[in-house]
Design a protein around this ligand. Structure first.
Ligand code: LLP
Length: 418
């Protein structure tokens, strides 16, 4: 459920008409609903009621906006970060260092040093080499880094290939067959306090079966590691729960996911950690855009909007579907191709789509754009970086200024020898 709905025939975010935001901030602009973020945060937590010891870390990569992070921090969420930049954002938003976990295959020595200095709660180690580096740096700083080892369980998540992470040939984690050996060696090193394992098999999962398969393997590994004398107190189950991009898609609910986790982890006797991203932020945001013009096509017209693949990359990257709705629908429908102004054919949001009838100058939204939307924006075609707004009841605030093409150009220099 979200808080974007028609009131008096006009699409609103909570109580704010989207047209008012477009008038005051311009378009394209991402609009987030605080009430929706909070609801999703609460529903996810409630779904896990059957898991006695748990830790919730919002996947910052899905929406790193400071105001969004602050909303979630106030809801008791920590952060899953994958770079020094994300770590600094989580801290700036008020997340406690102890509630931050650091994932990612390419942590640099500088990032590790910085994360140790800020006192983060846990490193999710992705390779033996990284574990050795972490141990050496922590030891040189007189610290012991709390860490878990990320396991690649070789499970097909059944999602888009570019967002699958748990197959043996993906770059993430260490294989199950080598995991115990690596765990044993890393646990001998000073500077590192290994306390468990992590797994994350992919994103936008629409079935619980691959998760159950992966968690089963992890449960067996935890038992094996304990059998070898290791003390396992933490298991990080990652994120990945899918969201309904289309009205008729039916991903598992947080309650169903929570019931599965409660069942498979019942005897684990560990703190279970979660890294949800999309399920919290996805439906809490829309991308508000204005139709520039409607141009005839061979079969169907092209609706050219002022948002493009540089603002919302998901359709171009993953053939992703985002519902498109007029802000003031007149009740009629048209079949159209929805495209942005960028000069490549990949800048296509939808082909042959049945949509609300729109005309030049009309406002519309792409739905379910709160996760992996603004954060993946670029300035391709020398367009600006899209602005972001947070709505709270009947008020709203710009939470990320639009970065204009002129500001981007101002960061460049032409050397005087040219
Ligand atoms: N934890 C780890 C280690 C991850 O790699 C990810 C996502 C998450 C948690 C959060 O997953 P979520 O709950 O959001 O599914 N740009 C792509 C998604 C990439 C996801 C990368 N990792 C997209 O737009 O679909």
């Amino acid at each position: 459920m979200d808080h974007f709905s028609l009131i008096g025939g006009q699409l609103h975010a909570e109580q704010v008409p989207l047209a008012r935001i477009a008038d005051e901030v311009g378009s394209p602009v991402y609009v987030y609903s605080r009430a929706t973020l909070e609801r999703h945060a609460d529903v996810f937590r409630e779904g896990l009621a059957g898991v006695p010891r748990k830790h919730l870390a919002f996947a910052v990569k899905s929406n790193p906006n400071l105001a969004v992070l602050k909303v979630l921090a106030k809801r008791g969420y920590g952060a899953d970060v994958v770079s020094g930049g994300e770590l600094d954002r989580a801290l700036a938003a008020g997340m406690a260092p102890a509630d931050i976990v650091f994932s990612g295959v390419g942590k640099t020595a500088d990032e590790i040093r910085h994360a140790l200095a800020t006192g983060i709660g846990q490193f999710n180690i992705e390779s033996e080499e990284e574990g050795e580096m972490l141990a050496a740096i922590a030891d040189s700083m007189g610290l012991t880094a709390a860490a878990v080892l990320r396991i690649n369980p070789d499970v097909d998540a059944g999602t888009h290939a570019k967002i699958s992470t748990g197959k043996a040939d993906n770059k993430f984690g260490v294989g199950l067959h080598v995991g115990p050996g690596i765990y044993g060696r890393l646990s001998q090193l000073p500077g590192i306090g290994l306390r468990g394992v992590a797994v994350h098999i992919g994103s936008q999962l629409l079935s619980l079966d691959p998760l159950e398969a992966a968690f089963g393997k992890i449960g067996q590994l935890v038992a094996d590691l304990r059998g070898s004398g290791h003390i396992i107190t933490h298991v990080d189950l990652g994120g990945g729960l899918g969201v309904p991009y289309q009205a008729d898609s039916n991903p598992p609910s947080p309650a169903e996911y929570g019931a599965l986790v409660a069942r498979v982890t019942r005897d684990w006797d560990a703190t279970i950690q979660f890294e949800p991203g999309r399920v919290i932020a996805g439906n809490a945001g829309v991308l508000l855009t204005r139709v520039i013009r409607v141009k005839p096509g061979i079969k169907h017209p092209f609706v050219v909007v002022d948002a493009a693949m540089n603002d919302l990359a998901r359709p171009a990257l993953y053939d992703a579907w985002h519902d498109f709705e007029a802000v003031v629908p007149d009740g009629t429908r048209m079949t159209a191709n929805i495209v942005g102004p960028v000069c490549e054919s990949g800048d296509t949001f939808a082909m042959n789509r049945d949509i609300d009838t729109v005309a030049a100058g009309d406002l519309a939204v792409f739905r379910t754009a709160g996760a992996y939307g603004a954060t993946m924006a670029s300035s391709y075609n020398s367009r600006g970086i899209v602005a972001e707004v947070l709505v709270d009841g009947d008020r709203f605030a710009v939470v990320a200024n639009r970065i204009t093409p002129a500001e981007i150009m101002a960061a460049e220099q032409v050397p005087d020898w040219l």
